[in-house]
Every structure is written in C-alpha cells, then in structure tokens.
Design a binder for this molecule. Structure first.
Ligand SMILES: [Zn+2]
Ligand SMILES: [Zn+2]
Length: 257
C-alpha cells in the first residue's frame, strides 16, 4: 500500500472578493471551494483539515453567531461534506487515525468532533492563540472538544519516513501549518492550507485583506517558503481555496496523487 492523496469536497463559501483580493471593489462576491484531503499511508489514514460543521450549513446564525453568518454564505450540495466524501471511499470517521489541522478557522476544523478515534496534530501556537480568542467572547468553537490533541512546536515527520511532514507556515494565523507529502505516484507536493489561498496569491506575492492576516511579515515569509518548495525543489503546491486548481484535480473517490 503506497501513499495516496484524495481531494474531498467540503462545500463552498461565498463572501466579499476583497477579503481574498484587497484591491477588488466593494460589494463584489466570490465563491471558493472548501477542500479537505485524505492521505493514506501504510501506517494510517490521515486527514488534512475537516471542513465546515454540518450545522454551519443548516443554521449558520445558531452555529457561528450573527456577525460571521452575515459575512459568509454557506453552500453544501448533496454528496459534499467530509462524511459523504469519506463514504465515497468506503470509510467512516472512525477509520481516520490522524488529523492534521492547518489551523483553527471554522472551514478547516468544523468536523473535528467526529474523529474521536484520531490523534490530532496542531501547532502549540495555534492552540494558544485560539484559546485567547475563545476566552474573549466565550462562544463555543468547533476545535474545542475533548479530542486527542498533540501540540507541535515546529516541523513534525508524522510516520518518521519523510512521506508526510508537517511544516509550520505561520502568518495567516499564529500557528498555521502545511503538509508536505511524497505520494507513491512519485509526485511530491505541499498542501498549503490558507498560507496561500490561490496560485494568484503566490504569483503576485499577495496577502489577503488585513482581517485574514494575523502577522503580515510571517505570512510573507511563509509564502516565500512555499515558493521555494515549488521553484527549487519541484514540489506541486495545492492551494487552500483555489477553484481553478481544484477543478483540475481528480476528486474522490479517485486519488489525484
Ligand atoms: Zn483561514
Ligand atoms: Zn480557509
């Protein structure tokens, strides 16, 4: 059994285009896909992110509060969402052994609570910052459940064989991380998460609007790290919310690498 990667379709978010591209005029909307990824390895079934909570689609005001629900529109078609997508592969949440959360925004950890048998890998900096935000307003958070969290302080080779390596890419949030993967197909890639939303952000060295940036210097540095992976090491970057790229990748139940 070799390392394979599957793109899971976890719905669509709609919001002001300026949030991604600050130079856009006010009032223009854009829609982006919300992906999660399954990486199968001989020693485990690993999820990179868990998408949006089911109640976030059915009742966003109840789940996220009025402010966030006013800013985003949430779309989830039949067959989309992490559970339905895993089912395409003949898997249940209980089959997942490891979850790597890129970060704790609602579209990346929404279904964490379903994976009660998995070990979770998060940067300590992300957990500490997320607790501060939670304590500031007291709202429940999708990540905040009695799960088996392992807090990392830097890079981490998940199975000790270099096939799946968690790499810190802070800036979008305090402890954002990406996942480098060497697939059995020979393809080497990096799942960037929101360290880079789209290829255009990489090409233009463009940061999103300030509301989506925790630390601009760190985020620019992480963007540079990803660019070097691509240009010097030949890795394929799989961006966090790039509709054009995701349309081209084979989707589950087929592996794309
Ligand atoms: Zn994010
Ligand atoms: Zn996101």
């Amino acid at each position: 059994m070799t390392v394979r990667i599957y793109a899971l379709n976890c719905g669509v978010l709609e919001f002001e285009r300026r949030s991604f591209f600050p130079e856009s005029e006010r009032g223009l909307a854009m829609r982006v896909p919300v992906p999660a990824f399954l990486v199968t390895h001989p020693k485990g079934k690993v999820l990179f992110d868990t998408g949006i909570h089911a109640e976030g689609f059915s009742d966003p005001v109840a789940h996220f509060g009025a402010a966030l629900a006013a800013y985003f529109k949430f779309h989830c078609a039949a067959g989309e969402g992490i559970v339905a997508q895993l089912r395409l592969l003949g898997l249940e949440p209980g089959d997942i052994t490891h979850v790597v959360n890129s970060h704790f925004h609602f579209d990346h950890c929404g279904c964490n609570g379903l994976f009660t048998r998995a070990e979770f890998f998060v940067q300590g900096a992300e957990m500490r910052a997320a607790r501060v935000l939670r304590d500031a307003d007291g709202r429940p958070r999708d990540w905040d459940q009695p799960l088996d969290y392992r807090l990392l302080e830097g890079e981490h080779d998940l199975f000790g064989d270099g096939k799946l390596v968690i790499v810190p890419t802070p800036g979008h949030t305090a402890g954002h991380q990406s996942l480098r993967v060497e697939a059995g197909s020979g393809m080497r890639l990096c799942l960037t998460g929101d360290a880079c939303y789209t290829q255009e952000h990489l090409e233009r060295d463009l940061l999103p609007s300030t509301g989506a940036v925790f630390n601009a210097d760190d985020m620019r540095h992480s963007l540079g790290l990803l660019r070097r992976m691509r240009d010097r090491e030949g890795l394929t970057l799989v961006y966090g919310h790039d509709a054009t790229q995701l349309q081209k990748l084979r989707s589950a139940p087929e592996a794309f690498a």
